[in-house]
Design a protein around this ligand. Sequence first.
Ligand code: ADP
Ligand code: MG
Length: 424
Amino acid sequence: MRYNPFQPNKVVNSAMFVGRLDEIQKIEHYLFQAKSGNSQNFLIEGERGIGKSSLLHYVSTIATNRIPGPGGQKFNFLLLSIDMGGVTKQLDIVRSIARELKSCLSRTQEIRENAKKVFDFLANWEILGVRYHKSSETVDPDDAKDSLVDQLVEISGNQSLGYDGVLILIDEADAPPIEAGLGEFLKSMTERLTRRDCENVIFGLAGLPTTIAKMRATHESSPRIFTILHLEPLESKERKQAIRIGLRIANEKNDRSTSISDDGLEMLADLSEGYPHFIQQFSYCAFEADSDHNIDVDDVRTGAYDENGAIDQLGKKYFSEAYFSKINSDDYRKLLNVMANHGDKWVSRKQLLHESRLKETTINNALSALKQKAIIIVDESRQGFYRLPTRSFAAWINAIKSVGTEADPARLPRITLFSENDGR
Ligand SMILES: Nc1ncnc2c1ncn2[C@@H]1O[C@H](COP(=O)(O)OP(=O)(O)O)[C@@H](O)[C@H]1O
Ligand SMILES: [Mg+2]
């Protein structure tokens, strides 16, 4: 048995975290501004698996004085991490912040005493909250917001608690339905806080690239209260750094060290195309496949291609059933392979014809089937232009392609995308 350091299924811990320096520096700056009395909210947006939750987690360690920021700043914010699960209306958002606030304030006897006023208020409020739940129509969300703002103002300005401010982190901000009015909620909360001269409470959100549009749908100008930080895939040297750090941590824990060959490292970095989730998954599986304490290209390939290997896992976790069990024609595969060379950029039908060398009727059939299954996106403004929905989907197809061409052909049908069994 060996300890495998790679973490494909959870938020990365601070020791394994790589890259994102630019974003972290910016957020360190916002924290500093808030501490000095000029609040600045931020939204981290990016595809699934790009590392939004991990970045939020890293930020939370800086904000709560567990590690200093890259610029050497130390902070002591009260951190409220809010879960948007099950939120259907604004009162639910108010309630989840209030509940988290109460739970943070009850952590130690000292905090409980210093924050007695707020703590007692919240304790009573929660009873009220239960009543809200039963007849929520009768409660005015504006009153609830005012009360919550009162408590935040009290906590952030309470000298005996010694906080630099309050940082409210909301992950999966794309998840609540539009009716929950998250955008409107945030807009009115920040306005209320400003009116009370409370400038050290900030909101940090993370969500899919659809988050902004969703917020705008609830309140036209709500996106304006955020600085948007868009996450891109990791650079090549960061990918390798992630793998090297993982191995170093493993070698500290395991009796025998594991090394990696240069081409093995190169292949892992290439296969991932910079998606942190892919890096962790491919590296995890290569580590498992290795038996001689040196990860080489064969281990990477086996780990990627095996049944329940990295490609399988990524497909199942990221690209819903539709993406794989339904794409079981060879022609679709050829078309997708060509499209994947262009990432998520628009490609014309003419270009697809040229690059795939498929017959015109075949292309037409494949395009209309893939379009119908929402596997490809059609340009509404131009005729005959198509693209893949995300770059990570393209990266996944490219990984199958590059490992597949060198793998034992007998193994190929294991990946449903490659099945010969044409479902049409
Ligand atoms: N900066 C990073 N360095 C190393 N691994 C990372 C980094 N960011 C994310 N990961 C890894 O990538 C995967 C997806 O990250 P996650 O934060 O859950 O993405 P998202 O929230 O955008 O879906 C996780 O397995 C995590 O361990
Ligand atoms: Mg996440």
